[in-house]
Design a protein around this ligand. Structure first.
Ligand SMILES: Cc1cc2nc3c(=O)[nH]c(=O)nc-3n(C[C@H](O)[C@H](O)[C@H](O)COP(=O)(O)OP(=O)(O)OC[C@H]3O[C@@H](n4cnc5c(N)ncnc54)[C@H](O)[C@@H]3O)c2cc1C
Ligand SMILES: NC(=O)c1ccc[n+]([C@@H]2O[C@H](COP(=O)([O-])OP(=O)(O)OC[C@H]3O[C@@H](n4cnc5c(N)ncnc54)[C@H](OP(=O)(O)O)[C@@H]3O)[C@@H](O)[C@H]2O)c1
Length: 381
């Protein structure tokens, strides 16, 4: 019996994929750097479904690794063990296996042990010191504590023992296997910011943007059974995906087109400025022209003095939105979990109240029923 090739690659054994395409979606003058990636998975046996995410194991920025080694006074050639207990050089360990862009309590305790002038960390790592610890952690990386207390000297072995394991990041898949069986498309916002006077980068988003064109990209498929398109091809879908939240809905549209779905599609998309941040504009307009995308409601938050968000567009179209829900539409949200998803949920309740003529309690029961019947689905982060 031949082995199942899909069983070969997994989170434990990621596939070393090639990055085929790395294209900027945001235009010149945008405050953001959001990109379209195509990851080549041909020959991997990896299978994915619309709604799934791709797990990516990043590598730290070699410039940051070199800076860290210089501060530690180590060469990088010192032998250490990686997070699997395998022998590697310190440089390799700091590049691929350990977190160097976030602080950890263990590191602070070790610094305090080595340098009495770092005694503030002793109180910070107690339960009572949590607020101070969080404030210290915010916007700081491993190198900051070492720069602050240069008298704390570590051997290579001691140092890796106080670091955490570097974890993979998930990205919503932006393609359908029906349209792209051997590649996985992603929509990724590069995380770049400045704090305490240093330029900082998100590990994985900048690994993909800046460092993965020549290096292999270790990937695995993370299944999301809760976020599939409706099985019944005639079911309408409403998709709310501002910013990178659009990713799975691009996949949904490809899938629904390829499957010949008769159900209508309505997309709510929002970002900062129409001129520079209308992600996949041409594709979406082509889907509209072809009759695949029946409604496209856009909200550009920074094109006018007041903020206009996707939920404002939902409220403007409350009657139609409610009519779609009444006709059996599924309702999907993807993107920011901290504020957007909550505000969109509140707007959904308001839509049901105003267009459905319901009390707040009745609207809450209606939305609860949508959830129970799995017609209200979220993939937020
Ligand atoms: C199911 C799922 C799907 C996802 N899909 C997508 C997707 O399609 N596209 C996408 O772009 N992302 C997506 N994400 C998010 C993605 O997984 C990563 O979290 C994101 O790319 C950031 O990772 P990073 O390694 O680049 O940044 P990290 O190295 O993890 O750094 C991010 C951290 O930096 C800190 N930080 C950021 N900005 C600032 C600031 N201004 N000041 C101080 N600190 C700051 C915060 O602590 C933040 O948590 C998804 C997440 C999940 C769970
Ligand atoms: N967990 C992580 O590590 C991580 C990493 C990267 C991204 N993310 C999340 O992923 C999200 C997507 O990032 P992105 O840069 O593509 O887009 P985004 O920051 O979500 O912005 C997209 C649009 O949504 C608007 N918006 C802001 N607050 C909103 C709200 N409460 N309700 C509705 N819309 C709102 C933004 O407007 P304004 O900006 O003009 O207010 C912008 O027009 C981010 O918001 C972020 O929270 C998380």
């Amino acid at each position: 019996m031949s082995a199942d090739p899909t069983a070969l690659y997994s989170r434990k054994n990621p596939f070393p994929a090639k990055l085929g395409t790395n294209r900027k979606l945001t235009g010149p003058g945008s405050a953001k750097d959001t990109r379209h990636f195509e990851v080549d998975i041909s020959g991997s046996g990896l299978a994915y479904e619309v709604g799934d995410s791709l797990g990516v194991f990043p590598t730290n920025n070699p410039i940051l690794v070199a800076e860290l080694l210089a501060v530690l006074g180590l060469t990088g050639e010192e032998p250490v063990v990686d997070t699997n207990g395998q022998p590697v050089t310190l440089r390799e360990a700091l590049s691929r296996f350990y977190v160097i862009t976030e602080m950890d309590k263990k590191l602070l305790s070790a610094i305090a042990e080595k340098d009495p002038s770092a005694s503030k960390f002793i109180a910070m790592v107690t339960p009572e010191g949590k607020a101070d610890l969080d404030a210290y952690f915010y916007g700081r990386e491993v190198i900051d504590a070492l720069l602050e207390f240069p008298a704390a000297k570590f051997t290579a072995e001691e140092f890796v023992k106080v670091l955490r394991k570097l974890q993979p990041r998930l990205y919503s898949i932006a393609s359908s296997p029906k349209a792209h069986p051997s590649s996985v498309h992603l929509t990724v916002a590069a995380v770049r910011y400045e704090s305490t006077g240093r330029k900082r980068e998100g590990v994985c988003s900048t690994f993909l943007s800046d460092r993965a064109d020549t290096a292999p990209v270790p990937v695995f498929v993370h299944s999301a059974k809760h976020f599939r398109v409706p099985e019944d091809l005639s079911t309408p879908v409403i998709m709310v995906g501002p910013g990178t939240g659009i990713a799975p809905f691009r996949a949904f549209l490809q899938e629904r087109k390829a499957a010949g779905s008769s159900g209508k599609n309505w997309l709510f998309f929002g970002d900062q400025k129409a001129e520079t941040d209308f992600l996949y504009r041409e594709e979406l307009e082509a889907y509209q022209a072809e009759g695949v995308l029946h409604e496209l409601s856009v909200a550009f938050s920074r094109d006018q003095a007041e903020k206009i968000y996707v939920q404002h567009r939902m409220l403007e179209r409350a009657a139609d939105l409610y009519a779609w829900l009444e006709s059996g539409a599924y309702f999907y949200i993807c993107g920011d979990a901290s504020r957007m998803a909550k505000d969109v949920d509140t707007a959904l309740h308001k839509v049901v109240e105003t267009a459905g003529g319901k009390s707040p309690e009745e609207a809450a029961a209606y939305v609860e029923e949508l959830k129970k019947s799995k017609r209200y689905r979220k993939d937020v982060y």
